[in-house]
Ligand binder design. Sequence first.
Ligand code: FAD
Length: 463
Amino acid sequence: MGIVVDPDARFNSTAPIIVIGAGGAGAIAALAASSGGANVLVLERDAAPSGATACSSGMVPAAGTAEQTERGVVDSPQRFADDIQAKANGAADAPLVEALTHASAQVLEWLTRQYRIRFELVEGVAPGHSLSRMHALADRGGATLLSSLYSALGTQGVRLETNARVTDLVVDGAQKILGVRYKRNGSVETMGCATLILACNGFAGNRELVTQYLPDVRGLPFAGHDGSQGDALSWGAALGAKLADIDGFLAHGAVVMSLRLPLPWSLMTEGAVQVNRDGERFINEHEGYSESALFVLAQPDALAYMIYDERVHEIGLTMPNYANAVSSRVIKRAATLRDLADQIGVYRDGLEGTIGLVNALAFEDAADEFGRQFRATQMLLGPYYGVPVTGALLGTEGGLAIDAAGRVLRENGSAFANLFAAGGAARGVSGDAAGGYLEGNGLLTAVVGGYLAGKAAAAQVRS
Ligand SMILES: Cc1cc2nc3c(=O)[nH]c(=O)nc-3n(C[C@H](O)[C@H](O)[C@H](O)COP(=O)(O)OP(=O)(O)OC[C@H]3O[C@@H](n4cnc5c(N)ncnc54)[C@H](O)[C@@H]3O)c2cc1C
């Protein structure tokens, strides 16, 4: 990944706006720019684009939506911002949080009105949010969200070139972006542009960069999208962009590694618990799923086991990730805890003792030593279900510093003339420490951040 300084560069062709990456951020940035009147080309390295967006649960947090109002949920951008900052210990970039929370409802309404991409309010309250705020398409899947966005790109007439990995940015002597070089079907092509949007996610899939910037999580296996190679970070660093919140990350403490599949954390809020090989619990499973990954890593063999019952299983079946795990036969079921323990390789007496204690706490609506509140309605009763899981890294939350419109910033705070970033390519709103990730922060920055960057890029091209 390089920067080529060539004020006299000539290009095979030109496009007013180039977007690098066709995940959620890139697709929405392209839609917003195009609906703002600009001609846009999206370049995507994969032959069949998916990105981390297609791996996600597709749940986008938004405050003050019509769907919330219909269900009597009274929310506001300020309340949403407060929840984000509470999780990030006040360390999330305030202007960015304000911009994203204020635009969140408007972006979902725009997608519905303009492209018939209809969101529903997801039942229940996600951990760390103070009320129901997650919105998803009917099938609750990131892949469907992305394919709906691709249909909208088609309707809008936006060009998407796949198999096109951008390798170099071409700049003039004043760091203005003139265009890009990319590899397509074995040959090197060039494309000039007036404005460039980086939407090529973070660096979680690049071992070297993870070791350099996130040494504390280098022990976690990677279960994200392989396109997260840190290309935006490398270009930005070479140009002298400011890197922000670089210690922030998104991990998950219940990943079926053979399938690279994170199980829905809402199973925990519905009553599931996590034990180690000895059958002992080790965390409050109602805290965030991201920070739980490091606790799982510290268990014997770096493994944990999710334990729950038929009621929780039935709820899980409504969610695509869980249903996939069931059809892949990794979930075990048994009439008794002892049989389940044998099937999944957990110490029988330990498991029986732990679930006995969990049910005693639930019976009394009491909290445990980790601070988890149990409820009588969530006692775990046979038949039981169990599945071995591990902690894994899914993404990075640090990246290029941007302003509220997605303009990439230099170390001294000034903005590059015509360079934008959104989604995982830019800093997120999780602050700079483990545990700052609030559920939905990833798609918030991709979906809403992509929109803001696309709008601002179109305005720049028009002017
Ligand atoms: C398994 C999993 C589950 C998740 N679950 C959730 C969730 O429930 N809620 C949530 O909010 N977030 C979740 N996330 C995080 C969320 O998916 C991401 O934060 C978000 O999708 C990032 O969007 P993006 O567009 O920035 O990146 P992506 O969707 O990854 O898109 C980036 C695209 O850029 C392409 N690209 C990279 N480099 C180049 C290059 N040089 N040239 C051309 N193309 C390039 C990639 O191939 C990729 O298609 C999850 C992530 C994973 C991996």
